[in-house]
Design a binder for this molecule. Structure first.
Ligand SMILES: N[C@@H](CCC(=O)N[C@@H](CS)C(=O)NCC(=O)O)C(=O)O
Length: 211
């Protein structure tokens, strides 16, 4: 498999974690988002949306959309599972994952920040406030939903942890205040220290030293 990623992309970080959890070997191909490589025609063949991640599975077009890729990995490599057994529990875990994937992350991506400043002349302070607002909204809901045992659900690693940890790492990178979210931080610290998560951290990617 070949993973197109950017070391600081939280969407790609989710896939690095899942591949590590499942013990899947892959080649990682960096796509420099700050240099605009995601928009080059060659890369759009891998991901027509011009985003990372994309996962080349050796046939057909590469898979895109991190949640679809995570579900694919779960189905293709069932052990260890990232989803609980019952339909109800799976729905609860997916709901938490989607707060991150669907409701926080799309509002705080690079292209949205750029659009705010370039098309709407938002100041850096305004863009920062926007980012803090949407992260705060999502983390407020998650703080209420997750347990206080260092995992989002059921005391074991799930898809929700795989999605939440990168978002907290991103929040810390951007200096978003996290004091109101002790449970969220506990998940980030406990899960983040597990080998599969730690090896996927942006600072552990080869490109990290060059940026
Ligand atoms: N919904 C997509 C979002 C992917 C996404 O937004 N990726 C970001 C990096 S975290 C990206 O490629 N951004 C490029 C840009 O904003 O120009 C997914 O989950 O895969």
């Amino acid at each position: 498999m070949r993973l197109y990623h950017f070391f600081r992309s939280s969407a790609a970080y989710r896939i690095r974690i899942a591949l590590n959890l499942k013990g899947v070997e892959r080649e990682q191909v960096p796509v420099d988002l700050l240099a605009g490589e995601q928009s080059l025609p060659g890369y759009r063949e891998a991901n027509p949306q011009g985003m990372v991640p994309a996962l080349d599975i050796g046939h057909g077009a590469p898979l895109t959309q991190s949640l679809a890729i995570l579900e694919y990995l779960e189905e293709r490599f069932p052990e260890p599972p990232m989803l609980p057994r019952s339909a109800e529990e799976r729905a609860r875990v997916r709901a938490m994952a989607q707060i991150v994937v669907s409701d926080i992350h799309p509002l705080v991506t690079l292209r949205v920040m750029r659009q705010l400043s370039e098309q709407f002349q938002a100041s850096q302070a305004a863009v920062d406030a926007w980012l803090r607002h949407w992260m705060h909204e999502g983390f407020t809901a998650l703080e209420q939903m997750i347990g206080d045992d260092g995992h989002c659900f059921g005391g074991r690693t799930t898809l929700a942890d795989v999605c939440l940890v990168p978002q907290v790492v991103s929040a810390r990178h951007f200096g978003v205040p996290l004091d109101p979210f002790p449970r969220v931080c506990k998940v980030a610290d406990l899960c983040g220290s597990l080998p599969a998560f730690a090896m996927a951290h942006p600072s552990r990617q080869p490109e990290a030293g060059h940026q």
